[in-house]
Design a protein around this ligand. Sequence first.
Ligand code: URA
Length: 437
Amino acid sequence: ASIPDLIAKKRDGHELNPDEIEQFISGLTNGDVQDCHVGAMLMAIFIRGMSEKEICSMTMSMRDSGERLKWPNYRGSVVDKHSTGGIGDKISIPLAPALAACQFKVPMMAGRGLGITGGTLDKLESIPGYKTQLSDEQIVELISTVGCGIFSQSLKLNPADRYLYAIRDVTATVPHNALIVSSILSKKSIEDLDALVLDVKYGVSAFMKTAEQAESLAEWLHKVSEMLGMRTCCYITEMNNPIGFCIGNAIEIEESLDLMKYKVGHSKDLEELVCEQVQTIEEGREMIRETFKNGTALEKFHDMIIGQGASKTIADQLLSNDETVVGAILKLAPIQHKALAPQSGFIQSMDSFKLGTIVQRLGGGRLKSTDKIDFSVGIRLLKHIGDEIKENEAWAILYTNDDASTRYSLFLDELHTAICISSTPVAPLQRIHKILL
Ligand code: URA
């Protein structure tokens, strides 16, 4: 069949057989498939869906579109975690070095921003010199010496996901079980893991809006990973409110460093989520917390970013407890706008969809696949859910390069409507809804 025939078959609601799926996926790398084919096929899949058999075939064809990593010397200790995407979701950034500090090996193939959700790789690229595309040799070197690396799909590692991911991001075809499952698991199954934790999010800014949808996605992820022979556990977590205090790229690296430095005032919300995600490893939670308290996670992060191209000077400076030294590297946008509370009370919710959209539109995310990310824009929240606030007290700071435009004042209006204050006390957030083992 021709590529347009395959698209037509899916458009008309028929099941594609494994050979047809393989033809389409290998076409992404051999030149038979063009961007317009990809956009049309993704939309057909989005609307028509895929059977269990199709999802498995798609995941395996994507996994096999390039090479696979192998860790025979580290059997039993190769682990990773992946999230379906959220706002302020920087969990992977402190978690990978923390796991490495606990003697695990973490070959983390991460993603870029999708829609309004930020991407681990985009955030890390706000560190000058940090490279996300590594050769196989560099990955092996990093894992054997440091223990962790956070890198991207490449021309050699899962080129199919690299291609599909970029086009999904800009064609409104992200939130579909078949596409999310194949994207995540094709990446993770290349890593040759002993254990995988998946964080499946639901809420206003997640791809899955309800806990039920997230549970269905989690079940799919669980089922397909089992078929691929990967031991996986899924956390289903709340994503109505942003995670931690910071949303953006450079600003989320700063916040991740604050946790790894165990700085006074670091986000407890972020700390708990990071630690909770390893509670299935015996005493994992406290082990991870200890690596933040004793600085070993920070050391691993330092060594990892050097291993991925940052200079020693930059890496050393990022360890500094002096905010101006760190700030000079992770340059935040110079214009700061404070959002003030319209009334006194307790913070009930902060709309992560609105906050994420503002950061994306200010340049922190992409609208076209060729868009360059502006690492410097972001939002710093000054409060967590449940905190008390006084009328006219600042609850957020927006960092931007753009002060005067009408577009900008629309964002400010949005910012002011993103908070909900209750006159009676509010319970702290329960992030974890369910765990599928
Ligand atoms: N993360 C991924 O890697 N892929 C998706 O499709 C969604 C989140």
